[in-house]
Design a protein around this ligand. Structure first.
Ligand code: ADP
Length: 502
C-alpha cells in the first residue's frame, strides 16, 4: 500500500510545523523543559517525524503545578465574575471555530484520522463544549436549607445555605484518539467552575493541545490558569496523578492506566474522574430497519478507525437476520477507502501508531488462531505498518480476548442470538459498561433493552450520537463520573455548607 505524503493546505499549519521544537506553557510563558529533552511526534500515515515536542519531567510538573496553584490561590481567577468568565469561554469557542481548518489538519497529521472526522465532528464539538459551559458559569448556585436543629440558644434561629466553590488545581490527562475534544471536555467545565488546570496530552498526539494553548492565551486566559506539559505518561502523567498540590485528576484513557492514576491519587486523596475503556454491544433486533442498522453497525466500529471509547465492537444480531447483517457490514468494510487522512478520498486513516496497529493485529491473529472466522479484513498495511483493514470476525469464543478486551481498532466481532434474555445476558457479560446501541422499531423492546443493558449510554437506532448536553461515562470498569451534560461542572466544584445561629 503506497501512501503519498500530502502537505497541509493551510499555510499556518505548514509554518507552525517548521518550529524546531515545541515548548511547555507554564505560568503564561512558553518555556523549555528544565532538562531539555524532546520527543518526536510521528505522522502515523507515513512514519515521518512531524515535530519535536518537549519531554517534561517531574521537575517541570512541579513548576506547572506551582503556577496553577498560584493562579488559583491568588483568587483573581476564581473570584472573576461568572459573566466575565463566560465571555472568555465563549471567546475560546470562537477562536477554535476561526481556526477549525488549521486545527483539523494538525489533528489529522498527528493522529492519522480522516480529515472529515476532526473537521466536521470533533473540533466543532470541542468549540461547543466551551459554549455550553460558558452558559453554565452564571448558573452555579447553592441552596438555602431549612434546618431542624433544635439545640440553638433560646430566641435564636439557625440559617443554613450551601455554596459551590471550585475544587482547585486540576490535572487533565487526555488520550490520543480524539485529542482536541478530550481537552475541551475537561478544560471547559474546569474553567467554568473557576479551577486552574495543568493539561497533559498524550505523547503521541500533543500538537493540537499546544496550538489550543496558544489560542487560550490569545483569548485572554490569565497566566497560570491553564498550563500545558507534554511528555511521557509514565513520567508527566504519573507525577501529576501523585502530586500533593493537585486537587483533582480528570482522566480519559485505558482502564489499566486509570488504575495507575488511582494509585497515584491516593496520597492526598485527590478527587478523581475516570472515563475508561469500553466493549460496547450493538444489538440488532429482528424487526430493525436493516439498511439503517447495517450502516449504523458499520459506522459504530469503523468511524475514526474504531479508536473511539464507545465503539460498537460487539455486534449481536437476531439469528433470523444474522447472515444478512454480517454480509452487509462486511460489504461496507470492504468498500472503506484507507489512505492518508488529508486526502479527500480517505474514509479511514491509519491507527495512531505502529504500536497500536501491532496490538490490534495481535488480537485479530489470536482470534483466528483460536478458530474464529475472519469474514473480512485482518490485514496490516502501509509504509509504517499503521493501517489496519476494517475487520469483521464471527464464531469467536465468548470468553476470548477479542470478545472481552478493548481492542481500540476497526475490529468488530459478530454473534447471533435467539431471544431477548440471551442478548441482554451477552451484552452485559463484560467488565465494561460504557455504551450500547439497540436497533429496533418495537417501542417496548427499545425501552426494555435500554433499561436492562448496564451501560452509561444506550442509543436506540443510532450509535455514537454525541452532544455536549448529554452526559457520557461508564458503569462498571468503564469509569467514575460523567463528562458533558450540565452535571459535569459538578466534577470541578466542592459544596460548602454554611450554618449560622442568628
Ligand atoms: P494507551 O496505553 O493506549 O497509550 P493510556 O490510557 O495509557 O493509553 O493513555 C492515556 C493518557 O494517560 C496519555 O496522556 C498517557 O500519557 C497517560 N498515561 C500513561 N501512563 C500513565 C500513568 N502511569 N500515569 C498517568 N498518566 C499516564
Amino acid at each position: 500500500m503506497q501512501i503519498e505524503n500530502i502537505a497541509p493546505a493551510q499555510e499556518t499549519v505548514r509554518e507552525w510545523l517548521k518550529k524546531p521544537r515545541h515548548q511547555l506553557l507554564i505560568g503564561g510563558q512558553w518555556v523549555d523543559p528544565a532538562v531539555g529533552r524532546t520527543l518526536s511526534t510521528i505522522n502515523p500515515a507515513t512514519g515521518e517525524v512531524l515535530a519535536q515536542i518537549a519531554a517534561a519531567d517531574a521537575g517541570d510538573v512541579d513548576r506547572a503545578v506551582a503556577a496553577a496553584r498560584k493562579a488559583f490561590d491568588d483568587g483573581q481567577w476564581r473570584s472573576m465574575t461568572p459573566a466575565i468568565r463566560a465571555r472568555l469561554l465563549w471567546r475560546i469557542a470562537d477562536l477554535i471555530d476561526a481556526h477549525i481548518d488549521e486545527l483539523s489538519e494538525l489533528e489529522t497529521l498527528d493522529q492519522g484520522k480522516a480529515l472529515y472526522v476532526g473537521r466536521w465532528a470533533e473540533i466543532p464539538m470541542a468549540a461547543e463544549q466551551f459554549r455550553f459551559f460558558a452558559g453554565l458559569c452564571t448558573k452555579v448556585t447553592g441552596d438555602t436549607i431549612p434546618s431542624s436543629i433544635n439545640y440553638q440558644p433560646a430566641g435564636k434561629r439557625v440559617a443554613a445555605y450551601t455554596t459551590k466553590e471550585p475544587v482547585g488545581v486540576v490535572a487533565a490527562i487526555t488520550p490520543w484518539n480524539s485529542p482536541l475534544i478530550m481537552h475541551a471536555m475537561k478544560l471547559a467545565p474546569a474553567l467554568a467552575a473557576g479551577c486552574t488546570v495543568v493539561l497533559k496530552p498524550a505523547e503521541e498526539t500533543s500538537l493540537t493541545a499546544l496550538r489550543l494553548a496558544e489560542l487560550l492565551v490569545e483569548a485572554g486566559v490569565p497566566a497560570g490558569v491553564v498550563n500545558v506539559v507534554t511528555g511521557l505518561g509514565s513520567v508527566v502523567g504519573a507525577a501529576l496523578a501523585a502530586h500533593p498540590q493537585v486537587d483533582k485528576v480528570a482522566f480519559t484513557g485505558s482502564t489499566q492506566t486509570g488504575r495507575a492514576i488511582l494509585d497515584g491519587a491516593k496520597g492526598n486523596l485527590k478527587k478523581v474522574t475516570l472515563e475508561l475503556g469500553g466493549k460496547s454491544p450493538v444489538v440488532i433486533m429482528p424487526d430493525a430497519d436493516l439498511d439503517a442498522a447495517i450502516a449504523g453497525a458499520a459506522n459504530a466500529i469503523f468511524f475514526n478507525g474504531g479508536q473511539v471509547c464507545v465503539a460498537g465492537s460487539r455486534l449481536y444480531v437476531h439469528r433470523s437476520i444474522f447472515d444478512k447483517v454480517v454480509e452487509g457490514v462486511a460489504e461496507i468494510a470492504r468498500g472503506i477507502r484507507l489512505g492518508h487522512g488529508l486526502s479527500p478520498d480517505t474514509q479511514m486513516g491509519p491507527l495512531v501508531s505502529k504500536r497500536q496497529a501491532d496490538r490490534v493485529k495481535a488480537y485479530i491473529d489470536a482470534a483466528v488462531a483460536d478458530g474464529a472466522t475472519l469474514v473480512t479484513g485482518g490485514g496490516q498495511k502501509g509504509p509504517a505498518g499503521t493501517f489496519i483493514e476494517p475487520t469483521l470476525i464471527t464464531n469467536a469464543d465468548p470468553k476470548s480476548a477479542i470478545v472481552c478486551e478493548e481492542v481500540f481498532g476497526p475490529v468488530v466481532v459478530a454473534a447471533p442470538f435467539d431471544d431477548v434474555a440471551e442478548v441482554v445476558a451477552a451484552a452485559n457479560d463484560t467488565e465494561f459498561g460504557l455504551a450500547a446501541s439497540v436497533w429496533t422499531q418495537d417501542l417496548s423492546a427499545a425501552h426494555r433493552l435500554s433499561s436492562d443493558i448496564r451501560a452509561g449510554t444506550v442509543w436506540v437506532n443510532c450509535h455514537s450520537f454525541w452532544d455536549v448536553a448529554l452526559p457520557i461515562g461508564g458503569f462498571k470498569q468503564s469509569g467514575w463520573g460523567r463528562e458533558s451534560g450540565a452535571g459535569a461542572i459538578e466534577n470541578y466544584l466542592e459544596i460548602k455548607t454554611v450554618c449560622m445561629v442568628l
